[in-house]
Design a protein around this ligand. Sequence first.
Ligand code: NAD
Ligand code: DAU
Length: 363
Amino acid sequence: MLGILSNHSHKNCSMKNIIITGGAGFIGSHVVRLFVNKYSEYRIINVDVLTYAGNLENLSDIESAPNYVFERVDIVDAAAVDALFDKYQPEGVIHLAAESHVDRSIKDPLAFVRTNILGTVNLLNSFKRIHEDFEGKRFYHISTDEVYGTLGKEGLFEETTPYDPNSPYSASKASSDHFVRAYGETYGIPYVVTNCSNNYGQNQFPEKLIPLFINNIVEEKPLPVYGDGQYTRDWLYVVDHARAIDLVYHEGENGETYNIGGFNEWTNIDLIKVLCAQMDEKLGREKGSSEKLITYVKDRPGHDRRYAIDATKINKELGWAPSVTFEEGLAITIDWYLSNAEWLKNVTSGTYQEYYDNMYAKR
Ligand code: NAD
Ligand code: DAU
């Protein structure tokens, strides 16, 4: 897929090249859209291998923009990553590509080791290799609050909370965070890391709680609630995460970590009940009909009890705060899924059903 423009034109043109990895995925597509629309002086190179979670349909509105390029590259392939960096000489990397689903990491940890750890180190190596000095350059790693492990009833994750990952997914993200820091200390790569809480919004693959349950309610399928349903997550609307990423990329301090969260904690069961009520209303179904689909199932192994983010640092130092309430964000999200049935149908074709058929085996 390399080769749309010559090396020469990329090295000498006045546009700044920024690589965004995982741009065809859920959060990445919102980040790519924001950067392409807001910064005509940047060429945004979306680097994505298009796994089951990557979908170029997510970016159909900006695919013809003059400052947007797509490159289908597997970040696990060191030679392909090297060729990509030689071609574009990116000043910045905003790295979101990852295997992102905890349940899948329980089934196949090695896929997470390969993409999340090896893929990140490949990007760091290529970035280090192409730059003689790092003035004005930046490597930004998008990470998760799951690296901090689990909270009890009280307290919040702060930037200084020790890492204590419990799932293969969070262990792989913790490892990649450490590699980014280590490359900063050892080779002087200017980096920033952000650790964000649970995102929801348009274009999220329907394996994560909110879009899975929206899809199942539409299809009148069971809503599988893990364990006692009293697990707590801190939910953030994806566009607000993309706004935070823009801010940190441009104004964050090198070598710093910023936590990002919605100050918006919900137990799963309370959130599911709100979702069910909104779905009944929007689908014009009898009150209480979606709740009847709730089915308690065997718990996720190693399930973290509670996540909650203290986002004071990014708020105080960079002035970021969420722009929508949870009620607003959830309503936008449900409306989007209900009016994008074709998208939902497309992403749930292929191996989707097979995944769910095997999902609860041997947990
Ligand atoms: P996603 O699964 O929706 O998208 C991941 C994207 O990465 C897909 O487009 C996929 O094709 C691409 N990808 C996967 N493996 C690749 C490889 N080997 N080479 C190139 N591309 C590859 O993920 P998401 O939910 O948008 O998460 C994006 C990032 O944000 C991840 O790093 C994740 O850990 C982090 N994060 C997610 C959340 C959340 O709630 N979803 C919260 C905090 C942090
Ligand atoms: O906290 C940030 C993380 O949030 C991100 O780093 C991950 O990429 C993202 O997947 C998300 O992880 P979670 O495991 O918290 O998200 P998930 O949507 O899978 O689950 C949310 C909660 O709902 C969790 O307590 C498990 C529960 N759950 C999930 C599913 C899919 C259910 O009860 N039933 C389900 O079917």
